[in-house]
Design a binder for this molecule. Sequence first.
Ligand code: BES
Ligand code: MN
Length: 456
Amino acid sequence: MFDPVERLKEFVRHPSVSTDSKYQDGMRGAQEFVSGLLRSLGFAVEVVKTNLHPIILAQRAGDPSWPHVIVYGHYDVQPPDPLDLWKSPPFEPTERDGRLWGRGAADNKGPLMVHIAAVGRLLERNPRLPLRITFLIEGEEETGSPSFLPFLEKYQHRLNADFVFLSDTGIPREDQVVITCGLRGLVLCDVEVTGAKSDLHSGLHGGVLRNPIQALAELCASLHTPDGRVNIPGFYNDVLEVEPWERAELSKLGTTEAEYRSFLGIPAFHVPPGYTPFEAIRFLPTLEFNGISGGYQGEGSKTVIPSKAFVKISCRLVPNQTPAKIRLLLYAAIRERLPKDVTFRIIDQHEATPYIVVPPDRSNTPKDQPARLATAFRAIDAAVTEVFGRPPLYLREGGSVPIIADIKRVLGLDSVLLGLFLPEDNLHAPNESFNLRVMQKGIAVSERMFATLAGK
Ligand code: BES
Ligand code: MN
């Protein structure tokens, strides 16, 4: 069997930044690396063209009566900037303190390598394993997966699996694994507010018109109540009620509020009434300003009334909110609240539907949950308990993996999400790394899940 850590280093060495065209070679390198590795394990690999970065579809066919698992992952990574904050260069993977450092080591190359290595080991031991496996590895996750939905619709007939298996979510501590059973959704947009047709001298014209920065700032300020709720009528209407078992599960998290607060470096939390910070992340929607600009930003000062102001807004959604409805409510609030003496433009960005899957034996598990999905959940639970020395927690997650809800809608398949990255892995930030002990244990867990499913 190949050495998964050495292969991971090779994978990280390909600078596969999907959002930036200057990394085209890195994208192709990473794609060819994964395709080659899966081919070497005996998979039939197809590289499916898209408008941007191809999707790798690698299949191990077999008897139609065998269980069929789709493993999802992404070979693209976030941009490495700001470069000067990295202790070792982002695309020169380095082993230090039991971790592998490099952009994408945790999100998502390490966790993806976990499942490839698990399948590799298992097939080496059982070349005739009665299990169908499809790897679906995309290169556009960090840009909102624009090609994935059309791909699913087109390749539906090849994807008649029992469930999807992936690791692209987090865990609180090295010894506490989480099976993620919910993901938040997203709605993103930009707002551009325009005052006068060009920048103006604030002495010559100041006092006769509304400043677009002020209009935008007042709009932004209106979108929350002082106690931290989103101030848009109807915003919370469809929010799924939290089940008692979910709160109980969360109380076993083992991280204190004080620890979390100091991890964030904030003087105090700001959480809507009735929720702990840990609950708010998972059970409540949010509205955030991701960036704001306008006017003079250079050195010194400039007496100007700027012509334009911009903001980037994102909402995180929880089940059963829908992106379409939240977009309508948000846009209506923007339209109503911006004063009539400025003009504005709202620019749609992408979105994602929230997702929930209830593990077996809970009060709200659907009665018709497929048997093989339940088998997988139970197998993972047993494997995690044995390998990590502690049973997993079943928690919803604050982050989003947009394709998971698309897969549910188009293919009717649920996902088993084995969390593997730690808070200190620095996803999307400088000095990203992946804990190699978690990696080795993850491989053991994944291998057992596949083995159990195949009846071994
Ligand atoms: N792996 C993350 C999602 C994630 C992060 C789940 C942290 C759990 C904890 C994924 O690659 C990601 O970053 N998703 C983006 C959405 C995407 C449309 C850019 C996100 O959640 O912001
Ligand atoms: Mn990811």
